[in-house]
Design a protein around this ligand. Structure first.
Ligand code: SF4
Length: 122
């Protein structure tokens, strides 16, 4: 019979950085979360163990701008498992200057429901 799995992680939801210990059963279900100071830590641990998400930053090529690229980010975190596919999608894009900060360069990237937006104007 498979044993439960215990994972120790640092919650990165806020600067306090609580050390969280989470236990999963043999099927991967999270059955206990300890060490979190607030509910957000519990939610973080469950998401991290079942469907981890990450904020993504990169750059997009600019045609006619004062710099060749503009920094971009995901409007909200994206599935960690899709990061490389999304980076490849971003690498295909070139935008024309002028570019506004917060401008959407890819809407609903790869069907994730997340937009890729500029972080700066150009
Ligand atoms: S558990 Fe709550 S208090 Fe602790 S780091 Fe996470 S968000 Fe901050």
């Amino acid at each position: 019979m498979a044993e439960n799995k215990v994972t120790v992680m640092t919650c990165v939801t806020c600067p306090i950085g609580c050390t969280i210990t989470a236990e999963q059963d043999a099927e991967g279900n999270v059955i206990s979360v300890k060490g979190n100071t607030c509910k957000r830590g519990e939610a973080y641990a469950k998401t991290e163990l079942t469907a981890p998400m990450r904020s993504l930053t990169s750059t997009v090529k600019v045609r006619g701008g004062r710099h060749p690229v503009v920094p971009v980010k995901s409007r909200t975190p994206v599935p960690k498992a899709r990061m490389f596919d999304i980076m490849a999608e971003i690498a295909k894009v070139t935008v024309d200057a002028p570019v506004a900060a917060g401008q959407t360069v890819i809407a609903d990237v790869l069907g994730t429901g997340v937009d890729i937006i500029t972080e700066d104007s150009m």
